[in-house]
Design a protein around this ligand. Structure first.
Ligand SMILES: Cc1ncc(C[n+]2csc(CCOP(=O)(O)OP(=O)(O)O)c2C)c(N)n1
Length: 318
């Protein structure tokens, strides 16, 4: 049984998808510069993390970070303003899509693949030294698990029994590289044994399965038993970044995943089958979320950009 009613997960996933669709619109209209990576198709993983995260826990995400920020409780208005490069953003528009940081919710992200682990491990070590019952959580893609940082962090977290949880969003590709072609073991979760860690692989399209497993992983880490690896399988519906030609996946493969692996459609089907919700109720959630996020976008668009003469402000040179 999940730690949150499925209808709440459904609402969270709908909002996450709308958020990223708005970012895609901002990218097309050239209001957002640089690379944009969306989490469309992967909503169940982010939504599944929310309930078991306390505000004092730290979450460190990747280049594909918007949905994790929303799950951690980052203000969506301030996040959207950051991504749209506005002075009202979380980092006054200077961090942008790949480097949001929020002191209030202990949320941050890094575009350096694999580097969410050492940052989250730093939080975990600090929590341990200060004897606080908080957890440092790193999200990484499957590609990130093949970096040296993954092994180094898991090893020391296991040796010192640090409150450290790694969530692997296994969307089957690291850009164009099929992850199965570069893994020594059938799963990533089974590496846990090498670090004395808790490890599990779940269906990352199933928000309740993710929520249950993540709550268990957090409980394990919080109670002083050491680190955990939660591998959640999913599909990335968009290209690696917006504008990616995505020729490494066939048209059929992409069509099939949208038809069969959509976590929002799967949750909708479950809610209807169990009688927990009706079509009009679910449509109302989508309509209300659309209205809320549409109004947010209009407000963000009206916000000021950082003044051009301040382009060096907040830049640090060693
Ligand atoms: C250290 C480092 N090497 C290479 C890159 C370029 N790069 C950006 S994303 C990416 C692939 C990441 O794949 P994965 O970890 O599976 O995450 P996904 O994009 O699938 O969410 C690479 C190689 C980088 N940002 N950092």
């Amino acid at each position: 049984m999940s730690n949150r009613p499925l209808i709440e997960h459904f609402q969270a996933m709908v909002r996450m998808r709308l958020f990223d669709e708005i970012c895609m619109e901002g990218f097309r209209s050239r209001e957002i510069h640089g690379e944009l990576h969306t989490g469309i198709g992967q909503e169940a993983i982010a939504a599944g993390l929310a309930a078991a995260l306390a505000s004092v826990d730290a979450l460190v995400s990747t280049h594909r970070n918007h949905m994790h920020a929303l799950a951690k409780g980052v203000d969506p208005r301030a996040l959207m303003a950051e991504i749209f490069e506005k002075e009202t953003g979380l980092c006054r528009g200077r961090g942008g899509h790949m480097h949001p940081f929020d002191r209030k919710t202990n949320f941050s992200a890094t575009g350096i693949v694999g580097s969410s682990l050492p940052v989250a491990l730093g939080y975990a070590y600090a929590f341990w030294i200060e004897e606080q019952p908080n957890v440092g959580v790193a999200v990484t893609g499957d590609g990130g698990t093949n970096t040296g940082a993954f092994h180094e962090c898991m090893n020391i977290a296991g040796a010192w029994k640090l409150p450290f949880v790694v969530v692997v969003e296994n969307n089957a590709y690291a850009i164009s590289v099929p992850i199965a072609s570069v893994l020594a073991t059938p799963t990533i979760a089974e590496r846990a044994a090498a670090y004395g860690a808790w490890g599990r692989k779940v269906d990352g399209r199933d928000v309740e399965a993710v929520a249950d497993a993540f709550a268990e992983a957090m409980g394990h880490a919080r109670s002083g038993k050491g680190p955990a690896i939660l591998e959640a399988t999913c599909q990335r519906f968009q290209g690696h970044y917006e504008g990616d030609h995505d020729t490494y996946r066939t048209r059929e493969e992409k069509k099939r995943m949208r038809a069969e692996d959509d976590p929002i459609a799967l949750a909708r089907g479950k809610l209807l089958a169990s009688g927990e919700a009706t079509e009009p109720e679910l449509d109302a959630i989508v309509g209300e979320s659309r209205q809320r996020y549409g109004a947010m976008l209009a407000a963000v668009r009206a916000d000021p950009s950082p003044p051009a003469k301040e382009f060096r402000r907040f830049l640090f040179v060693a």
